[in-house]
Design a protein. Structure first.
Length: 500
């Protein structure tokens, strides 16, 4: 039998409970975590409330047990039933998922019963959902600090490990795209609250990596999806600290959501294999983790937030010895400049008071036609780099490595002021960016030696920079944060592919 991906193995515990008729009490418990002291600790408890239904509870064991959460009643199919069957386990799973979603900013989404089927890896998906709910209950419901801190630390190890990442891929597939986003917003809202609490009590707290990303390899397409709360991103640059609590709230309760979709095609030639990769979609959004009402009450609204300032992707074949050459399709920029030069010469002479004055004035005007987003293709060894960087439309400076002028807060028409309402905005109306084939469809091509391997392994690494410059508020505060992701994908070479 394979080792469980999570400890404790909640699925195995529920599946191996004694028949209901053999219970000596009305409940059975499993210890989830303990604090540094002997008390308190946290338990999962299955309660047989009557012969017709049972419930699952999360219980803090103080001097007396205190229930922190209880599931909806699970009705048994008949009075002589001795254990939970598949239908009831799925019902419990659906209830757990919906409770996690209720902790998020959007209360209207609900997970439907018919979407779930028990498959080989479902037990680990069930365990992951349970531990995620326990994590949220610890943050929101477990009042004693020693209980919350001890259990959160234990759960953090479980939820950020390599096993959890693999199981999460199955979970989000069950949820579907819309509920996947809501699940991650609920989870990252809890993470943001937890990090904020720790940082307020300990300035030396080292923020853990809570980026969640996964990769999917399909026919002719690679996809990488990622989520990260802004508060957990590395700080690259910031101005002097601000004491504006409303501004800090607006900037803190956001998460970055990114999608990278790359289309590929392989062509078998006489002495080599051509692998061609091009951008299908690169999307990046900054999404609020709280409701519009709360953001307006405690912050400055949803429009006072970070924006993407740079995105960099690196595509690397892991079989380096098979690479013959790498070719990019985009040249380095050679922008057109319009230069005007004007000279004026003035002189005067007055005999009574001899004086001779000459005034020379020269002016030079340079006009450069440029777009706010600069796209470059680079080659490092066998790796291809795709890089988008945002530039100030007035000064031409790269935003990620500069700060706004202090005079700009008094100029309502400056480039990044009121940036989401302008017709010339370099973002979507929601403040994100989309890079698609219509403008960024240039490909990168690798020539590879014919290999005996039927499938080759590739690595996609990337960095996303988010920058805050004042939008509607008059503040001198600015900052830039960064998050990095890394995923492996497969590419079949068994036959000639004609995709994208």
């Amino acid at each position: 039998m394979d080792a469980p991906a999570f400890v404790p193995d909640i699925w195995a515990w529920i599946s191996n409970l004694p028949p209901f008729s053999q219970w000596k009490t009305s409940s059975m418990s499993l210890c989830i975590c303990t604090s540094t002291s002997k008390q308190p600790s946290m338990f999962l408890s299955i309660n047989k409330n009557s012969s017709s239904h049972i419930t699952l509870s999360i219980v803090a064991n103080f001097h007396v047990p205190v229930s922190l959460w209880t599931s909806s009643p699970i009705h048994l199919s008949n009075k002589i039933q001795q254990s939970l069957d598949e239908h009831e386990l799925i019902q419990l799973f659906v209830d757990i998922v919906n409770w996690v979603l209720r902790y998020g900013p959007n209360k209207k989404y609900a997970f439907r019963f018919g979407a779930v089927r028990i498959k080989e890896n479902f037990k680990n998906v069930f365990n992951l959902a349970c531990l995620t709910l326990v994590f949220m209950v610890c943050i929101y419901e477990a009042a004693p600090h020693d209980l919350r801190q001890g259990c959160v630390d234990a759960l953090k190890v479980q939820l950020t490990g390599s096993n959890a990442k693999e199981v999460s891929k199955y979970l989000v597939r069950i949820l579907g795209s819309n509920l996947e986003e809501e699940w991650m917003r609920a989870l990252n809202l809890a993470v943001t609250n937890w990090i904020s609490e720790i940082m307020s009590s300990s300035g030396s707290f080292r923020i853990p990596s809570v980026l969640f990303s996964y990769a999917v390899s399909a026919i002719g397409l690679w996809k990488v999806q990622l989520y990260c709360p802004v508060v957990a991103m590395s700080m690259v640059e910031s101005s002097s600290p601000t004491q504006d609590e409303r501004l800090l709230f607006s900037l803190k309760y956001q998460q970055v959501e990114g999608v990278v979709q790359l289309a590929y095609r392989t062509t078998l030639k006489q002495n080599c294999v051509d692998v061609e990769v091009k951008v299908d979609n690169v999307r990046c959004d900054i999404t609020s983790l709280v409701s519009e009402t709360l953001m307006a009450e405690r912050g400055y609204g949803s429009e006072e937030k970070h924006f993407p300032s740079r995105i960099s992707l690196q595509i690397t074949p892991l079989q380096q010895s098979d690479i013959i050459s790498v070719s990019v399709n985009k040249s380095s920029d050679n922008p057109r400049q319009e230069v005007g030069f004007e000279k004026n010469l003035e002189g005067s002479f007055e005999p009574p008071n001899p004086h001779f004055g000459i005034t020379v004035s020269a002016s030079e005007n340079v006009v450069v036609n440029m777009k706010p987003w600069k796209f470059e293709q680079l080659v490092h060894g066998s790796s291809a780099v795709l890089d988008w960087s945002l530039h100030d439309g007035i000064s031409g400076r790269e935003v990620v490595s500069s700060k706004p002028s202090k005079f700009s807060i008094f100029q309502p028409r400056v480039w990044f002021r009121d940036r989401y309402a302008s017709a010339y905005r370099p973002f979507t109306r929601q403040g994100g960016v989309v890079f698609a084939r219509d403008e960024y469809g240039e490909s990168v091509r690798w020539k590879m030696c014919p290999s005996t391997a039927m499938v080759t392994q590739w690595e996609v690494t990337g960095c996303i920079w988010l920058t805050y410059w004042p939008n509607k508020q008059k503040t001198f505060y600015s900052e830039t944060r960064r998050v990095e992701f890394r995923e492996r994908l497969s590419l079949p070479l068994s036959k000639v592919e004609q995709y994208y």
